[in-house]
Design a protein around this ligand. Sequence first.
Ligand SMILES: [Zn+2]
Length: 601
Amino acid sequence: MHAPLGSELHDILRRTFGYTAFRGQQEAVIARVMAGAHSLALMPTGAGKSLCYQIPALARPGTAIVISPLIALMHDQIRSATAAGIRAASMTSADSDNAATAQALRDGELDLLYVAPERASTAGFQSLLERTRIALFAIDEAHCVSEWGHDFRPDYRMLRPVLDRFPTVPRLALTATADQATRADILRQLGIPDEGLIVAGFDRPNIRYAITPRGSGRDNGPRQITELLQRLDGAGIVYAPSRKQAEDLAAAINRSGREASFYHAGLEPERRARVQAEFVQSESMVMVATIAFGMGIDKPDVRFVIHAGLPKSIEAYYQETGRAGRDGDPSEAHLFWGVSDFARARQWLGEVEPERLPAENARLNALAALVEAPTCRRAILLRHFGEHPPAQCGNCDNCLEPPRVVEASELARKLLSAVYRTGQSFGIGYIEKVLTGQSEERVTARGHDSLSVFGIVSAAEAPLLRPLARTLVARGMLAATEHGGLMLGPEARPVLKGEASVTIAEPPPRTRRQRRTRGSGEAANPVGNPLFEALRAKRKALAAEHGLPAYVIFHDSVLRDMAHQCPETLAELGAIAGVGTKKLETWGPDFIAVVREHLRS
Ligand SMILES: [Zn+2]
């Protein structure tokens, strides 16, 4: 347990960040740092991780040294910190003023200094630290220190000797994703005691999850995505499985009338930096990207993340969708998947070293269970991370419109038998013809009209065959041949012998319009409210004038409160959550002028 934080820290929270209360585990983490203890904070994206080192940096004498893996990420964070009146700088190969920064550090003129692990471990930097008063070490993206983590960076292993030279300086490791093995490894690698682990819940209640099978023909994946984008406001990311698909999808979205760019590792570094900067500034751009995009971006107002294909794992899905809604505002995560995704993934398993096979299989099965489930998506995600969530969240597709679950074991046996008896080489279209008894020439020429499975599926059951085939492939009961046909998979036997049952979620009719209801009781942006629109226009103009992303000025939630409360004085504006002293001085008069203008008219 921790003692309540003193009034000094609450003052900093209110003055600098404009909040009256800490959220979640922030207070517990800050209390440990203030007491000089070493800690590992495991907090979901959007839980206010950076505040956990920024507030002690302001409260403790000296400068906080923040280890961060990516220059772009450092620069985004410095911009946000500076806007709140915090003195922050970085020393990287991309900064031209490193000598001046070193001088400022020695003179005690910095609250935060961001460096990459490569630099932190050099002799030169260590001798600079010897002449500096250090408030704390913050090690961001700390999962990079572990070989068990999904982004291992060997440079993080060089940090321990640096930290050990300053044993009395508190170290705070932070990460948003780490399973049990990775957590234990981070503690060991960075010399943090076991009791220093603080885990905040994984839930991101403001993100609505929805998972849909990709359509075929006219209603194919790109079309599903462009239709979905028609009702999604704001800036967002579409993850595509390949560079080519990223470019094609961006073109399709642009043709549909929505502004889209693409990003992948094949682009010139200069162009990558440019589109990334454009996206961070934008309030409406759709970025179609391979998974190379997103890790180095600190953009809190991403309103949606769409996956055009199956992610690599549940961890990857959680991390990628977690880039939506870091400002806590309602956001959406949509995943479109197809049977070919699983076919490709299972094929790839054939090339994995034998000792890694069980883990990779488990990874894929967990994904299959998530996409095929007729039950709450959030509950599945949270259980995967070891939590015990309620059975229903009320803010995912399956909770909002529960799918009809169909018992399909008998139909599955018929389907598997038909695949087997036709020689395990045909696709679902042909199998469907045989099962429903269509005496086409293709079928009769092969004598398949005389098989026992010919015509044993009724017209009423026929529409279930394709979703059922998807389920069977996802669960390894069917597998894809090299030529795109179907064959029995390793899990087929128990179904054929009647030892395993199969249920499927009936696919929703395509015409169903998804309601844009909001979860967690959070208010939506009052689109059409003239004051809110005027405030947003003012923010946009100021952002353009100062070359800043809009969210650095004020988050949407602040504009909503302004539109609701109509503050006419700086004192009234300063009472709104998210308005600190520096922002009040810098932007307050402009926004009050808008409110007054609105009240007069
Ligand atoms: Zn749910």
